[in-house]
Design a binder for this molecule. Structure first.
Ligand SMILES: *Cc1c(COP(=O)(O)O)cnc(C)c1O
Length: 389
């Protein structure tokens, strides 16, 4: 039989890696309801608590009244409506760049940029822990694909030095989605300048969250002028959905002409763009969201460390607890679930073998008492799996 799907599915089951979505019975926020049970939600990427914000909802509703639901076409046909244009201009201003371009998802933005800029004879250099969409984008582009050790600027520099590629593009997550740590962007910028390469940063987890004004990793690390391509997503810190690329006028014009995932797809609903403009304003102005997050992060890290669990070197709202074996991670995740906490166990192939972890994410939607309750539950379960100390 050519398509023997059952063998692959059974293999997944045997590896304990079979995945299934759970049905969420309410909006994303402090709590989650699953199967009629209410949990404290520590697994969303809604870091600023904007996904279910009343002002953002109102903007969405108003724009749906004014613009309908569907955009009706791709941007280059007749789908590019005024709210899309307004959001692009607001994102360009927010990120200190000449222009920004909307994409329907971050995954598509990454594939589109890399395929538009690179081809045979070019080289792409990626951190080995980069997001799947960056790895796929690099492979799809047809450029020579090289990976360097995680956050290792020296390894990158020596790869760049040896490369004879026509164009060289260095690509990294600003904040690593499963680790929460940050790329050494100033070192990368220097290596790129020395070896005539461009730097592209995927700041899906930094936009809205890092820097005093929420401008993300490039401002937090002072490398905005030295980074040619910024990709950001709207579905995490900004709480809506979609993505953008920001850079020079020339870069954006090039993407409009050559990025196939921009050209050949329907524009996101205008109401999503209008809602995002309000969530972006709130992210810029409501510093209390970032300040509250910082308090929650510090409290969580101090508490977890005292319990003897292994934290990762992260100052962001992504605070994984490193466990090790897949089975141990599942045991702890399930035990916490029974105590009323929704926290995903992240296992290979999403993370390297032997590095299964609980990916705890904090949000401005949480209260300090939520973090304290989680610490109590972690203490009660410290003995359920041996690799936790
Ligand atoms: C989530 C994520 C993406 C994909 O963005 P979507 O808009 O969800 O498709 C890309 N890169 C990173 C680092 C991400 O975390």
């Amino acid at each position: 039989m050519t398509f023997d799907l059952s063998a692959d599915l059974e293999e997944r089951h045997r590896q304990h890696r079979y995945r299934q979505p759970q049905i969420m019975e309410g909006p994303c926020g402090r709590h989650a309801v699953v199967n009629g049970q209410r949990y404290l939600n520590f697994c969303s990427n809604d870091y600023l608590g904007l996904a279910n914000d009343a002002d953002v909802i109102r903007a969405f509703q108003q724009a749906a009244n004014d613009w309908g639901v569907g955009s009706g076409a791709s941007h280059l046909v007749c789908g590019h409506q005024r709210p899309h244009q307004d959001l692009e201009e607001a994102l360009a201003a927010h990120t200190g760049r000449e222009r920004a371009l909307l994409f329907s998802t971050g995954y598509m933005a990454n594939l589109g940029v890399m395929s538009a800029l690179l081809g045979k004879g070019d080289g792409v250099f990626e951190d080995r822990l980069n997001h799947a969409s960056l790895l796929d984008g690099g492979l799809l582009s047809g450029a020579r694909f090289r990976r360097f050790a995680h956050n290792d600027a020296e390894a990158l520099a020596s790869q760049l030095q040896r490369s004879e590629a026509r164009r060289k593009l260095v690509v990294a997550d600003g904040v690593f989605s499963m680790d929460g740590d940050e790329a050494p962007l100033a070192d990368y910028a220097q290596a790129c300048e020395q070896h005539d390469a461009w730097l592209m940063v995927d700041d899906a987890h930094g936009i809205g969250v890092l820097d005093a004004k929420g401008r993300g990793s490039l401002f937090a690390q002072g490398v905005n002028e030295r980074t040619q391509i910024l990709m950001g997503t709207l579905g995490k810190g900004l709480g809506t959905g979609g993505a953008f690329v920001a850079g020079s006028q020339q870069l954006i014009e090039t993407l409009i002409q050559f990025a196939r995932t921009f050209i050949y797809t329907t524009a996101m609903p205008a109401a999503v763009a209008a809602a995002t403009r309000v969530s972006l304003e709130k992210a810029q102005q409501e510093n209390w969201r970032r300040e509250k997050l910082a308090v929650l992060i510090a409290r969580f890290r101090q508490g977890v460390r005292q319990l003897g669990y292994a934290l990762m070197p992260s100052q962001t709202p992504i605070q994984p607890i490193l466990i090790g074996s897949d089975a141990d991670a599942m045991v702890l995740s399930n035990a916490l679930r029974e105590s009323g906490f929704l926290i995903t166990a992240i296992r290979p192939p999403t993370v390297p073998e032997g590095q299964a972890r609980l990916r705890v994410t904090l949000s401005a939607a949480h209260e300090t008492e939520d973090v304290d309750a989680l610490l109590v539950a972690l203490e009660a379960n410290a003995g359920t799996q041996h690799a936790s100390r």
